[in-house]
Design a protein around this ligand. Sequence first.
Ligand code: HMG
Ligand code: MG
Length: 300
Amino acid sequence: MPLPTAVRIVEVSPRDGLQNELLPVTIETRIALVERLADAGLTHIETGSFVSPKWVPQMASSDAVFSGIRRQPQVTYSALTPNMKGLEAAIDAGVDEVAVFAAASERFSQKNVNCSIADSLRRFDPVIRLAASHQLPVRGYVSCVLGCPYEGRVSPTKVLEVSAELASMGCFEVSLGDTIGVGTVGSVRQLLDCLIPTLPASELALHCHDTYGQALANISAGLDYGIATIDTSIAGLGGCPYARGASGNVATEDVVFMLNGMGITTGLDLDHLMATGTWISEQLQRRNASKVGATVSATH
Ligand code: HMG
Ligand code: MG
């Protein structure tokens, strides 16, 4: 399979990046982050999450983020919607796209959405139908595709079963979440060998957390299979509140640096991305987890 010539980056930092922060993040900072990301050229920004604020307090008031941002016409501003209540709030907020999220592990599903995998899929059915009636594209996430914090190994056939179900329910793309960053090139290959005969690479994305430092290698393995949509987070922000110890998503800056080196276009301005990563790390008073961003800001 030839490498893709262009990759679409889905920036998840305003959602995945901020949902796990310990310090409260103001609405103004959330809005400024989304606007800076759009200014850096990102065209798909996961801007918030319409989940229960009791479960994920950092994502409360995502409606205020949507109403506060200066929108750019080329940008898709999306949000997570776990149920009808979330979808209705997302529609009121004027989202451009929504995402439902399931898991390939039963115990993670219970911890994350308080129900079994099968029940979560049943719950998504009306969500996907209502979204379609509003012409809103629906993305599907599958968590724990390469390992679960509670169950350990996850079988590729289980990932296939959940991913294929999401696709058949109407998700235009399934993002494969290595929630705790335990995947390796070997396990990514095993997974994609199992998935791709049924789900084409053009309908898949990779969502790698970088806990064990394997994310760039795993993404490179995914590119070999023709996957051309990659989820990333500026400054490597992020984590999942229901996957303790998992680090952030792979840093946008690091992925763009790697893709630039491979001659794969993203349409993104690396200097602008690095400035945004430095800025948000300062705002959150945390170490910049992008190796590229941290190195360049230390040498300037
Ligand atoms: P539940 O407690 O079973 O739901 O939670 P419920 O229907 O019984 O409702 C309980 C309360 O929540 C009620 O309020 C509802 O109104 C409220 P009360 O009557 O007690 O005052 N509620 C809501 N409020 C606002 N928005 C809503 C909503 N729904 C119910 N949409 C539920 C079920 C799914 C709601 C809950 O478990 C939840 O919100 N979970 C979200 C967990 C989450 O956001 N996790 C992180 C995102 S997933 C992730 O990070 C992985 C990913 O990055 C990929 C990867 O890395 O693998 C995507
Ligand atoms: Mg995630």
